[in-house]
Write a protein that binds this ligand. Structure first.
Ligand code: ARG
Length: 716
């Protein structure tokens, strides 16, 4: 009995309303509002989200498709993380003008640099369309239901779209139990305004990433531009700074532990309704595979980047994102084990099945179905990642894969039009893949990835090219030496890497020439193996999982009727509320809720990759001129933590106080709760925030960008 009670209370913690846990839909914040007020919120519901007047939601944007940003001035000034602007800053940098390493501070609008490809998405409205969708799908099942659903979504989106002005997107919530239609305005003229040197924006590098205590000032600043009517427009020098409906005032008053803290942003993906069997598979099969592959990739990339600044600038953004999730998966695995999440989930699942059996709710075999589903997927799970993470790493493999449809078309004897079409698409893909290409690095990666694939994938599942070509006739030579020889042959013989050779290849397309092209031969074997042996199993699993998780979520909501639920993150705007809060990471250890400039200096290591600092900052530290940015205790705070519920995609989100004033920008989670995307741990889960006072201090004293400070509404 006691065990059952414990299990039930664990279940309640997992999914029901709690101040800290939950990524709430801003338009449906309703029932949480009383609790937000109890915790200290001073705003009205309409201040948070309104379609009739300017509200907080109008100051929050999705930045560059995968991050969050916020408006901090009436002239479209946008604050986000340094790691969100990283790719754009690196792309704007050169060995001579290295904004990434040296920082950049635009002193006037004419110095703001167009950031190609960066977008800012402003949410307009959210409408519940579940009823329309349910009516359209009716009692249909399986393929038929999927077709009707897709058609209805298309129809709803089309009806809400205004060409060139309003974008519409229907999204699934609660694993398909609810559908919302979201409309947006998408601004594409976004310009880079300011960033500190990388040494500060990424201080602590991979060593400190996903960790508290932290001293990174992870911010960068952009500006949104619009046409004369304040509407989205492609880059033009005639565009003007965008006027937001709402921008956030900034508070430099500082915060104490237990102060109200609230975040709005665009969390990407959580998997909080995942079951024990799926987590078990991640811990034992897929996470270790991802980590092994990335460890190898990162070491090779680093070697080449360290040797050449231009190679570094070309690859550093990709390197950072591979490294970010390399460490993420190490941490997630460690914490899933430490917190016994499989055991916790298994208990909840037992309770659920027992409830269903007792009440005849209709879910008696649901968890058994999950178990069967994962058992059927398990044999291919690891290779799915070897395919996407190892095989598809190199340019040569990706170009080869882009040539596979051409090879298949020639084999089938298709006509000239089709062949021309496939040649064209290969040419386009090749061009995109070879942007910022480095042959020496690619070649070393190719050898390493091919070896790993052979070594770690079950021998009876390997693409046939291993036995038929790569390792055929190797006599007594070892596998590694043979793959090295094959690599030399590949890079010597392929026509894909050299423009002249490629033109000659294109001018002489036939089955014989295409089939003899080593990159295409290599990739075709992997692609065929994937399409024949892996993909069908993965697709079956993913369809079943969709269906089962819809039922499981529905069942849990029935079992706990009357409680508030929040849906998994799905890259749409959410609100999380809680407090500034310290924590104890382990027995006998206590972590304060903030860090300081003194602590930043204590980590300083001259000449280090991750902990070096610019001379200017060392001088600033000596001068101790913190001005109005100093805390009441006299120190200058660098970062702080809250118990808000966020995940990847929230990066750059505003952290706001009870009055909705900006107090920092969220940029990370902590090591002890890396299992958070699967299970929120109330005791350990924290959000790491760059204190806005340190950000302003750098803008003013390091950048001397008084022009930017003057635009903001700074309050004490
Ligand atoms: N872990 C952070 C996130 O995913 C990114 C931090 C970037 N810094 C770094 N050293 N990679 O939001």
């Amino acid at each position: 009995m006691k065990k059952l009670l414990l299990a039930i209370s664990a279940l309640l913690i997992m999914h029901s309303a709690k101040a800290d846990e939950g990524m709430w839909i801003p338009s449906l914040i309703g029932k949480n509002y009383e609790e937000m007020k109890r915790l200290g919120l001073k705003l009205t519901k309409e201040d948070l989200y309104s379609i009739n007047k300017a509200s907080l939601k109008d100051a929050i944007i999705q930045f560059a498709g995968g991050c969050t940003g916020e408006m901090i001035s009436p002239k479209g000034l946008l604050l986000t993380n340094h790691h969100c602007g990283y790719g754009a800053i690196a792309a704007l940098s050169s060995v001579e003008k290295n904004y990434l390493d040296n920082g950049y501070w635009a002193k006037s609008m004419s110095e703001e640099l167009p950031a190609k490809g960066i977008t800012a998405l402003f949410l307009q409205n959210i409408t519940d369309v579940t009823a329309q969708i349910n009516t359209a799908v009716g009692t249909a099942k399986g393929e038929e239901a999927a077709k009707l659903l897709a058609a209805e979504i298309k129809k709803l989106e089309k009806a809400a779209t205004v060409e060139g002005k309003i974008m519409a997107d229907v999204k699934e919530y609660f694993n398909g139990n609810q559908y919302l239609l979201l409309t947006y305005k998408k601004y594409t003229d976004v310009r880079f305004v300011a960033a500190p040197p990388k040494a500060l924006g990424k201080y602590g590098g991979d060593t400190d990433n996903w960790m508290w205590p932290r001293h990174t000032s992870d911010f960068s600043i952009f500006r949104v531009y619009a046409d004369k009517d304040n509407e989205p427009a492609a880059f033009s020098k005639d565009n003007v700074p965008f006027t937001p409906k709402k921008f956030l005032p900034i508070s430099i008053k500082g915060n104490k532990e237990k102060d109200y803290a609230m975040i709005m942003g665009y969390p990407g993906r959580t998997n909080r309704y995942e079951v024990s069997y799926g987590i078990d598979l991640a811990i034992n099969e897929t996470n270790p595979a991802i980590v092994d592959i990335r460890t190898e990739r990162l070491a090779i990339m680093k070697k080449h980047m360290d040797a050449n600044k231009a190679v570094y600038l070309q690859n550093t953004s990709r390197y950072a994102s591979i490294a970010n999730y390399w460490k993420y998966f190490i941490g997630q695995t460690e914490q899933l084990k430490r917190l016994n999440v499989v055991g916790q989930k298994a208990e909840e699942e037992k309770v659920f099945t027992a409830w269903s059996t007792k009440t005849n709710a209709g879910y008696n075999t649901l968890l058994a179905d999950y178990e069967k589903m994962y058992a059927a997927y398990k044999p291919v799970a690891k290779q799915m990642y070897y395919y996407s993470e190892a095989f598809r790493t190199t340019a040569i493999a990706r170009i080869g894969a882009a040539g596979e449809p051409l090879r298949a078309a020639l084999k089938k004897g298709l006509g000239k039009d089709s062949i021309d079409f496939y040649v064209k698409s290969l040419t386009a893909a090749r061009k995109a893949i070879l942007t910022d290409y480095n042959m020496a690095m690619d070649k070393e990666l190719f050898a390493a990835m091919t070896k790993m694939y052979y070594k770690n994938v079950d021998k009876n599942q390997l693409p046939s090219i291993f036995s038929q070509e790569i390792l055929a006739d190797r006599g007594t030579q070892g596998v590694n030496e043979t793959i090295d020889d094959y690599t030399d042959y590949m890079y010597r013989r392929t026509a894909m890497l050299d423009d002249k050779k490629y033109d000659a290849f294109v001018s002489n397309i036939s089955w014989n020439t295409v089939n003899a092209e080593p990159a295409i031969r290599y990739a075709a074997s992997f692609v065929h193996n994937y399409e024949k042996n892996l993909l069908p199993v993965a697709m079956t699993m993913s369809k079943q999982k969709k269906d089962l998780s819809k039922q499981y979520t529905k069942g849990l909501m029935e079992m706990k009727k009357g409680q508030l639920f929040y849906p998994d993150a799905n890259s749409t705007m959410r609100t999380s509320y809680g407090q500034v809060l310290a924590y104890a990471p382990q027995d006998g250890v206590y972590y304060k809720h903030y860090t300081t400039f003194d602590g930043l200096m204590a980590k300083y290591k001259a000449g280090d990759d991750e902990f070096d600092l610019p001379q200017q900052l060392l001088d600033m530290y000596k001068a101790k001129d913190y001005g109005r940015y100093a805390d009441a205790d006299g120190s200058l705070h660098t970062c702080f933590i809250t118990n808000n519920d966020i995940t990847g995609g929230n990066s750059g989100s505003p952290v706001m106080n009870a009055k909705g004033e900006l107090i920092g920008t969220a940029f990370d989670g902590n090591w002890e709760a890396m299992s958070g995307d699967i299970a929120f741990d109330k005791q350990y889960k924290r959000t790491i925030v760059a204190d806005v006072r340190f950000i302003l201090y750098l803008i003013e004293k390091m950048g001397g960008a008084h022009n930017l400070i003057a635009e903001m509404d700074i309050r004490k």
